[in-house]
Ligand binder design. Sequence first.
Ligand code: HEC
Length: 129
Amino acid sequence: MKTLIAASATLVALSLPAFAEGDATKGEKEFNKCKACHMIASDSETIVKGGKTGPNLYGVIGRVAGSVEGFKYSDGLAAKAAEGMVWDEAELAAFVKNPNDYLGSKSKMTFKLAKGAEDVSAYLATFSQ
Ligand code: HEC
């Protein structure tokens, strides 16, 4: 796990020099606010138990937006999926700060994270290769 965090932090540093890097450890605490609606679960294990109002966020960084099979996304996120938009840490942070503004239409995610969105992005990135 530590190696994975270090590896992804390096990757972020290399690939996104202009983006204020988040702190994955802080993000893990921040994720408590997301759990009511989101789980983090791979095919083989549940990493964070959570609700099903929102899609599973395992591997979300690097994944096409709006692409969890069987989840009914808003029209706005479905449009992102159709464009093939892929979540990176900066995009995910922007979305979480204000989903409606980000999509330019009404998101099914009714939650806004005022502070710490970069940290949550960094935390979620630890579950992506
Ligand atoms: C009240 C429930 C709720 C909470 C709390 C919530 N979400 Fe969501 N989230 C949703 C729903 C519903 C969607 C689908 C949005 C849509 O279709 O417009 C979503 C979508 C997302 C997506 C897009 C996923 C994809 O497959 O493209 C991300 C990323 C996300 N949420 C991150 C977060 C994070 C990080 C937090 C905590 C800071 C959080 N959410 C808190 C309900 C929630």
